[in-house]
Write a protein that binds this ligand. Structure first.
Ligand code: ADE
Length: 230
C-alpha cells in the first residue's frame, strides 16, 4: 500500500518528516516529494504550497505520478464554529469550495454543472479517527470544512461561509484535494487543527499558533497512519 501524507505549508509536514526520520527527496512539477518506507508501507509526503491550484497539482501528482492509494491531509484551519478553539482538531466529513460562485446562472454557491457542492471524505478513516482520538485521550470534532483562495480575516465573511454551507472551519486546500481524490477514486482524510478564528485578529493568531497547531494535527495523522499500516 502507498499512502500520501500532504500539507500545504512546510510547517505542516515538518513534524511528519521528523517522525519518519529517513526519506528520499525528489522533485516533480516544481515541488519536492519525500518518499519513505514505514512499517511495511510506502509513504509519499509533500507540502503543496497554499491554495486550491497548488493543492490540486500536488494531490494529483501524489496519486498519478507516485501511485498513492490513500491520502491523508494534515494542517491548520480557521474556526467558524464557536466550539472550536485554537489547537482543537476538526475532521472533515465533507468539503466545499466557498469561493466558487456561478449563482448568476441560478446555481447554488459552491456548485458548477457536473460537480457537487460537497465532497464526502472516506467514512472508514473517519471511523478510525474516533478510535485514534479515544486511544490518545483527545477530543475531535467532525464537521464541514469550507475551502477558498482567501485567508479569511473578517467576521462577516466567516459568518456568511458558516451560514451558507453550515461549515465549521475554513482553510485553503481541503476541498480541492477532495475533488481530486473523489475523481480518481482515492479514499481521503482531512484533518485540521485550529490556528485562528478567521476574524480581524486571524493573521496574528495564525502566525502565533501555526507551528503548535500543525504539530497537533501531524501527531494525530501519524497515529492514523500507524493504525492504517497495521
Ligand atoms: N487557514 C488557517 N486559518 C485560515 C483562515 N483564517 N483563512 C483561510 N485559511 C486558513
Amino acid at each position: 500500500m502507498k499512502l500520501a501524507i500532504m500539507g500545504a505549508m512546510p510547517e505542516e509536514i515538518a513534524p511528519i518528516l521528523q517522525r519518519i526520520g529517513t526519506y528520499t527527496t525528489s522533485e516533480y512539477a516544481g515541488n519536492k516529494y519525500y518518499e519513505a518506507s514505514y512499517k511495511d508501507v510506502d509513504l509519499v509526503i509533500a507540502y503543496s504550497k497554499i491554495g486550491k491550484v497548488f493543492s490540486t497539482l500536488t494531490a494529483t501528482t501524489m496519486i498519478e505520478h507516485f501511485g498513492a492509494q490513500r491520502l491523508l491531509f494534515s494542517g491548520v484551519a480557521g474556526a467558524i464554529s464557536a466550539s472550536l478553539k485554537v489547537g482543537d482538531l476538526i475532521v472533515a466529513t465533507k468539503l466545499t469550495q466557498h469561493d466558487l460562485d456561478i449563482t448568476a446562472f441560478g446555481h447554488p454557491y459552491g456548485y458548477v454543472p457536473e460537480g457537487s457542492v460537497f465532497v464526502e471524505a472516506d467514512k472508514e478513516m473517519i471511523e478510525l479517527s474516533k478510535i485514534v482520538a479515544n486511544e490518545m485521550g483527545k477530543t475531535i470534532q467532525e464537521g464541514i470544512i469550507a475551502t477558498g483562495d482567501q485567508f479569511v480575516a473578517d467576521e462577516a465573511r466567516k459568518n456568511w461561509i458558516g451560514k451558507t454551507f453550515s461549515a465549521d472551519a475554513l482553510e485553503m486546500e481541503g476541498a480541492s484535494v477532495a475533488v481530486v481524490c473523489d475523481a480518481l477514486d482515492v479514499p481521503f482524510f482531512i484533518l485540521r487543527a485550529i490556528s485562528d478564528a478567521a476574524d480581524m485578529d486571524a493573521s496574528f493568531s495564525f502566525d502565533e499558533f501555526l507551528e503548535t497547531s500543525a504539530v497537533e494535527s501531524a501527531e494525530f495523522v501519524m497515529k492514523m497512519v500507524d493504525k492504517l499500516v497495521r
